[in-house]
Design a protein around this ligand. Sequence first.
Ligand code: Q9C
Ligand code: ZN
Length: 578
Amino acid sequence: SRFCSPACKIEVPERLTVSHEALVRTGLAARCVSIAVREATDEEILLVHSEEYLEAVKKTPYMTLEDLMAFTQQYGDVYFHPNIYHCAKLAVGATLQLVDSVMTGRVRNGIALVRPPGHHSQKSAASGFCIFNNVAIGARYAMQKYGAKRVLIVDWDVHHGQGVQYCFEDDPNVLYFSWHRYEHQNFWPNLRESDYDSVGKEKGAGFNINVPWNKVGMENSDYLAVFFHVLLPVAYEFCPDLVLVSAGFDSAIGDPEGKMCATPDIFAHLTHLLMNLAGGKLCAVLEGGYNLTSLAQSVCQTVQTLLGDPAPLPADLGGPCESVLKSIHCVRSAHKQYWSSDLPASELSAKSLKVAEQKTGNEPEAQEQRSPEEIVWPEPPKRLCPPVRTAVALPEGVACPDACKRCSSAEAPSSLYSLSLHVLCECVCAGSVCRITVSLYILVCVIVCRAVHVLICVCVCVCVCVCVCLAPQGCSDVAGFMQAVLGLLLPLGYEYNPGLVLLVRMPGSGVCESVWQQLAGLLQGLAQGHTLVLMQVRGPVWVKYSPVNWWMCIQDQNWQLCKCTNSCYQQAEYIRYS
Ligand code: Q9C
Ligand code: ZN
């Protein structure tokens, strides 16, 4: 239309309709609670923006087209349609309704599908399709209204949310993380301050984290590597009360702005990895995303994970590319003095480094020659949606934990019990051959005895065990333990892509409950959530596993994923975990 300048052609209403239609079509919308939107008040908008700017925007619905043009030209890559003030107030209002719902505990988490986006807008300026800074206002609102002490903002949009950075750069209560296409400052918004060395100012030094993508075509393994080696160690140390996600999906494959190659299913993992923070309080707010197919798929992956369904198997991950390793190294160096997570970048998993070496220098730039419309990728496969989250096999007299389904003694197979112990015993003998006939990859993580000893046994097919010991310092070293989990165990696990995660918690392992829960939660991003946990509590050994479908398979001693279908569930009346 005549309101649309070329720069804004891609920020279209269909972005919301296709996303919502996809949620309805896949049955995900029906599993969500819809929250009514409202307009934000002036007072709320003024949490971030100046009075002059708000008053100026307020006048735009009444301006002539010429005046609108002139008004627009003060800013970069943004357009003022006569309706946009109204829409922008609704976008902020929807974000705040979500923050209310999550902070009051009405819902655990959620996503606000809004337009216009917000992360580029500043105190007194619109920018990059953004009028009001939805997420920044959301953060201030959560702190003011609910007393949130620390808010983490994760900006996975492909652009730098400079508006959010400016808003919080001297504020140690808001940790802002953004990765963004940068290409050594050659990509919009071409700011010097989008580079890794903008770490925040004064009291806020260390609370602004920029990860520049200096090449296009970044893949799933690049995104995960940045989460494992940069964001998550700091996020865990920061210990937020609330996580806000500037959820732009222009970082997904097929996007004309981002030109990246990460597939929509990666957002299931990114979401999962953030869901253990802040007691699960997570509000995602839509920012960019301009390939309608990729956008809708990515939104569905995010929502399905927020609903609690296990993440899909990560497809064929390598290590991060050389350019990303450099960025990771630079960011970690710049932040070293502010955070205790100071593993040097050279301790990235050996395999990652090897892959990176092989790639050095001669990155194919194939995607660059293709126009985004020509890029094709398979539709993400249907994900598991197990009706029971956690089943437990308990000795008599031990109470069933909340939200778990107890297996009756008939269901709790002694064969499972002995088989699992057998697996354990075989794996504990480092380097010995696993004699069980397992055709799936199994990632075994064993925590043994007094000193915190993490033993990761990776059983490759039928035989070989690879064992790694780390963090033997003892139980007080929670930070060291989490570092080992994030910096080594998870990257290894994701590359290895097991079909089952077997977790063994020995008594007196010294791992405190909260750290144990984090470990178990994080590892459930692997193997489509198929986790088998062996625990010993005061004497009798008992077994806890999740999702439920595993005992059936193991009871059969057949170990076939395909056996874990709905027919398993029908044999017992399982409760539904909400
Ligand atoms: N090739 C968000 O994603 N540049 N904003 C457009 C046209 C501005 C993106 C240049 C991109 C702004 C929220
Ligand atoms: Zn963007």
